[in-house]
Design a protein around this ligand. Sequence first.
Ligand code: ADP
Ligand code: MG
Length: 579
Amino acid sequence: MGSIRVLSDMVASQVAAGEVVERPASVIKELMENSLDAGAKSLEIEVRGAGSVLLRVSDDGSGMDREDALLSLERHATSKITSAADLATVRSMGFRGEALPSIASVSEFVLRTRQASASAGTEAVIKGGKMVAVREAGCAPGTTVEVRSLFFNVPARRKFLRSAATEAAHLDRAVETVALAFPGVALHYQRDGRAVHRLPAAASLASRVADLYGTEARAALLEMPGTEGKGIRVSGLVSRPGATRADRGRQFFFVNGRAVENVFLSTGLREAYRQMLEPGRHPSLFVHMVMDPQVVDCNVHPAKREVRFRHGAEVREVLRSAVEAALRQARADWLQPVRAHLTARVAPPAEHGPRAEPLRVARQPELPRPVLPAPAPDPGTSAPRVIPEEFRLVGALSRRYLLLEGGEGLVLLDQRAAHQRILFERLQRGVAGGGVAVQRLLSPAVFELPAREHEAVEGNLAALAEAGFGVEVFGGRALRVEALPDFLAGRDPQRVMEAFAAAAVSGGAARLRGQAAEEAVRRTVARLALDEGGAKDEREQRALVAQLLACQLPYCDPEGRPVMLQFSWRELDRRFGRD
Ligand code: ADP
Ligand code: MG
């Protein structure tokens, strides 16, 4: 007799439970998804003892009649697909018909459900997969599933649960995820008798985010202009540059309403922020993508967390350009209030005194014209030398900061951060434009570097060449520098190469690849910018401000730190108690 046996349904359910029901949060996730699939407009979620005592989800969805209620507890019973072909077009959250029986096989489980048209509902009680009772029940239309003593009969599973705090954090995350996936659904979430979230149905994702995380968190986000490309609709919110977080806890990708992880998505996001992230900082992101279900496979992960795209690179590009568009828009937004203020103003207030004359402008007109500095095609040497009229240079604060008066209030500008931004964008543009303008040194510089540093330069000659550094190995540990990118002209070549070596060495490897090499060049430029002293005189101050404002992203340095801080008139009045 062979040793292969068909597992009983009960054992099969427990095995399946191992995959679907990893922890209390997975139960809540499955139950909430069922409610949403049933068209619920409002969910009540209650949890006790981090989910090992009680997990309950009540909805106002379609409910089930008695026959369906019993069927729903059988393995592979689903109302959502009928054939494998349907998998390709599935729009519901569930489709495997596994969740309810799996959960019921490892808990004390009660299902109460009623269709609105029915006079009474059905209650089914199951313990460890065994049906204990089925009866008629008086209950509100909709469905309630109650799960107690999760894993009571699978001690091995129970042992794998983490601390109550960890499990609770997973539960919170699961609820947040659904709240963000379906802003239009009202959601009440209670943990150990305490209301965690009372979320009314929201009209938009933005207001749901504000309800969940507070208005301040909402204000730190940019709305992505809804875009559509390659059959993919993208909308959502992303961090303003400089308003990032130390963790990835607020990155949510939704594809057709399903929260997913996918490497193409995370790469698209990273690429969009490439020039703006301080190491160890992460943008928040709440993004909804809608696409033909045929081009996304949700059936690759037991909890459906990961998806596979048929055209991953396209999805990445669509996301990247949507995020970039939001970031570009941010620049215009930053100046927009200034413009509005100026348009509204009839005459410049007398106490602001005579406006300083920008360079190369013969006379300042009486009324400031609202001019938005368009992003200049090249903030390099040909950058405008004129400070846009919205800003009046007031002076310098030590040699570190410049003070500007803008239409909105006071602007403090960090000169070193400004230099970093300006140099960085010149480099960036040069590389993107197919070549950085190069300045030959009058006589080549030859010098030696310590072994490790020398190796770091030698391993990255190609990346250096592309960024406009004319450097070659000159035997032993010597290097010969013949040219530098023009925006570094006049620098000590040895200092420049030392800065690069330091950046490359801290990047880990002697030979850096692609993005890492680019990154090292970027860090070098940032480092060199720090050598710049503060502007010597007003002419230099003006030039600096003008160059900065001609940058694509003038408000943060290449690492995402702020370059300018704005204190609104209102804020100043408030500080002086004039409110
Ligand atoms: P799936 O969601 O993959 O179909 P489940 O085991 O989660 O499998 O649910 C089985 C079936 O039970 C669903 O297809 C649905 O018809 C029904 N069902 C489950 N939960 C609800 C609910 N909250 N309201 C209405 N019907 C439900
Ligand atoms: Mg389901």
